[in-house]
Design a protein around this ligand. Structure first.
Ligand SMILES: [Zn+2]
Length: 117
């Protein structure tokens, strides 16, 4: 699988990655846990989305949460609605990091017998 991106698409991807990094940094500096359900970006890994970040404070007990979605440390997501769901003030783009994009590309390129999932 080859990936041919137009210049505009590559520019948009880069802007989203920089925005995501900046907002992740802001969240960490403001004391948020900021865990994400998707670590590797391999199909079947999580059930969550790339833009989800934990909106609880760093060092919290129990599962990570973004609004009504919760996940454990391995990223398995479940739906647990609460009265006042909480999110972070900064939205992320649903864009993989360079490493996550590489992981997904390698997963697709690998023979089915050698895939980890
Ligand atoms: Zn958390």
């Amino acid at each position: 699988m080859t990936l041919n991106l137009t210049f505009a698409a590559l520019a948009r991807l880069t802007v989203h990655r920089i925005q995501n990094r900046w907002r992740d940094l802001l969240a960490i500096l403001h004391g948020y846990c900021n865990d994400r359900p998707i670590k590797l970006n391999i199909p079947g890994e999580s059930g969550g989305y790339l833009h989800w970040r934990c909106a609880l404070k760093r060092g919290h007990d129990g599962k990570h949460r973004s609004r009504n979605a919760v996940w454990n440390d391995s990223g398995k997501v479940s739906h647990e609605p609460i009265q006042r769901p909480t999110g972070q003030p900064w939205e992320r783009a649903c864009t993989p990091t360079i490493r996550q994009a590489r992981n997904l590309r390698r997963w697709h390129e690998a023979p089915v017998s050698r895939r980890t999932r």
